[in-house]
Design a protein around this ligand. Structure first.
Ligand SMILES: Cc1cc2nc3c(=O)[nH]c(=O)nc-3n(C[C@H](O)[C@H](O)[C@H](O)COP(=O)(O)OP(=O)(O)OC[C@H]3O[C@@H](n4cnc5c(N)ncnc54)[C@H](O)[C@@H]3O)c2cc1C
Length: 283
């Protein structure tokens, strides 16, 4: 197997333009599992985790631009965690410290697993993904990039350069259900983002649909039950809200759980996230 070590984004573009069948290796925490199980047998690999432009992030006015090779370790603490708390909460639940030292946000998107823990957060935040190739750059929503289970709309020779998310300075939550409390892939997960300026919420669902999904009806419904001054929620809205979130899911039975449990637990996670941010009180 040919292993090419890229040192700049320009070099990645050139190497992919020469041969677009070359495969990208970031932290390797998904890639190498597939190689070890012989589900993937690459003949040529480009390692991208040492490319400085991809390892960095910056705060750019109202948003944060996170390079695709920024690791969970970087996301889960420090200034990035303060700027985008839900992303940090999700990062803290990923694997073990070893996995979080190696695994990257770009790799989570590249794998495009419905259970990827970055996915519901990025969806609820309305993330914009920057893609790069020798042809130039283009920006795309997460929903347009992840188009099926482990399937992306990346073109030949294209890679994920960075992810842009808003800095909202308002409450955010990420919750996850697994078969144990740590080192576990999500059975269900949910991100709950508040948008005080528009007095709205964003709800991203994880592991209950093949592609990134927002619970749009539940988001619209709950708006009438929230008081943004006192940060209270009218309790009469809680059960219908939970049911609407469950209805936005279309889960499957698999080795991690059954669909019925996933459908029920995603609603409960939504209700829990809502009442962590808004206290119950009759409006
Ligand atoms: C023990 C263990 C526990 C885990 N726990 C969790 C968990 O709790 N939650 C969770 O979400 N995941 C978990 N994972 C999965 C994995 O760690 C994450 O999905 C991680 O984010 C993958 O990132 P990586 O840098 O290792 O990607 P890699 O394995 O290097 O790559 C993954 C895929 O993305 C592609 N890719 C990588 N970077 C780019 C790029 N810039 N542009 C285009 N394509 C790219 C690669 O070609 C490959 O197809 C776990 C894995 C292991 C082994």
């Amino acid at each position: 197997m040919e292993v090419l070590i890229a040192s700049s984004t320009e070099e990645i573009c050139e190497l992919l333009a020469q041969d677009s069948s070359r495969q990208l290796l970031a932290g390797g925490t998904d890639f190498m599992v597939e190689v070890n199980y012989r589900h993937r047998s690459p003949s040529s690999v480009i390692t991208i985790d040492q490319v400085p432009e991809l390892q960095n992030w910056h705060h750019d006015g109202n948003s944060v631009v996170v390079g695709s090779c920024v690791t969970y370790r970087e996301i889960e603490r420090g200034p990035l965690a303060t700027l985008v708390p839900a992303l940090a909460q999700a990062a803290r639940t990923v694997g073990s410290p070893q996995i979080r030292n190696a695994g990257t946000i770009g790799g989570n998107i590249g794998t495009a697993s419905p259970a990827g823990d970055m996915i519901p957060v990025l969806s609820a935040l309305g993330a914009v993904i920057s893609l790069r190739s020798s042809e130039g750059r283009r920006e795309i929503s997460l929903e347009d990039l992840i188009i099926g289970v482990k399937e992306t709309s990346l073109r030949h020779g294209e890679f994920i350069e960075s992810v842009r998310v808003p800095v909202l300075d308002s409450p955010q939550e990420f919750l996850k259900v697994g078969s144990r409390s740590a080192m576990v892939i999500s059975v269900t997960s949910l991100a709950f983002i508040t948008y005080p300026k528009t007095r709205s919420v964003g709800i991203g669902l994880g592991a209950v649909n093949p592609t990134p999904t927002r619970a749009k009806e539940a988001e619209a419904f709950i708006a009438d039950y929230l008081d943004w001054e006192s940060m209270q929620v009218d309790p009469s809205g809680l059960d219908p809200f939970k049911d609407l979130v469950s209805a936005a899911s279309n889960p499957i039975d698999d080795h991690r759980s059954v669909a019925a449990y996933r459908r029920k637990s995603i609603g409960i996670l939504a209700q829990r996230a809502l009442t962590r941010v808004f206290t119950e009180g009759v409006l």
